[in-house]
Design a protein around this ligand. Sequence first.
Ligand SMILES: [Zn+2]
Ligand SMILES: [Zn+2]
Length: 375
Amino acid sequence: MATNLDYYAVLEVSRDADGTEIKKAYRRLAMKYHPDRNPGDTEAENRFKEINEAYDVLKDDQKRAAYDRFGHAAFEGGGPGAGGFDFGGGGLGDIFEQMFGDMMGGRRGGRRAGADLQVQVSITFAEAFSGVKKQISVPTRVTCESCDGTGSADKDQPAEVCPSCHGAGKVRAQQGFFFVERPCPTCHGSGRLIRNPCKVCHGTGTVEKNRTLEVAIPAGVEDGTRIRLSGEGEAGGAGVTPGDLYVHVSVEPHPLFQRDGANIYCRVPVRMTQAALGTEIEVPVVDGSRAKVKIPAGTQTGETLRLRGKGFSVLRSSARGDMYIQVVVETPRHLTRRQRELLEEFESDGGGHDKGSPESTGFFSKVKDFLEGKL
Ligand SMILES: [Zn+2]
Ligand SMILES: [Zn+2]
């Protein structure tokens, strides 16, 4: 069996060909040199075996990586090239089945993405109102400078091919009737062994480093919003698309304001006499300013007054929510003697009953109906 083949040359693809190109090239060549199409042609048969040998390595991400790194040394002593191939009675149909199976298998052999990362960022209520740019720190892995990414403390003697898996990174083990592939326990799937591991990265070749990123958090963002930064996740290595970064925004509660969607609610206490006589009060607005609000004479507890357009901006729109002032009428405590006299006088004058107390009028008429058995 030939073991010095250039697998890329055999499949007539470039060294950076992706899984799809390799698969296409394999299908074209396997069809051309298949023994069923070339009966008695030993040259075609040999070509066919080479094509299969090359495809067996290049279709598998791990074997391909080992081959790229170590060449045929990766498979010496029992690798995919050593034992020859036995296609049994398989005809052209088997190739189609294999191709089809591979395609059905999804992204096997194609490009994988680096891992997605999640970070949490906490902002104030006011920042959610105005929008804010936040510096966030994202943990990421970069090449170890101490060993230039080799993982070995001796730069002239970096890694050796793992003797257990011959660089493939996985081993086959029999389980009942089946052979199962699992990551090689000796090299933990890397396909190589380092005799004298780098002290800084412990042989991994990469170190964790925090990367600082600025995230623009839009005005109007709500608690629990997730912002996706495409491609800012973990770098997956050469030829691999990086993952995405998800920023989870939590908005701190505010002591004065509550929020419902784009609307803001604020409970504002009003003295009993102000509510009865009517007045103008100043209320805080979330942008830090103040607004004057007219309290009409006879305002009741629980009535709301609307300040149009003083709420949050609505994401992806120019619309604004409103601010609602929820009036709470306060009953005075610790009356002075004079205040008591005035209120007693007010009460003996009818206390505002009958004519001007909407709650009472409704309430007492219902009590009357209830006691008379009408309700
Ligand atoms: Zn191994
Ligand atoms: Zn290192």
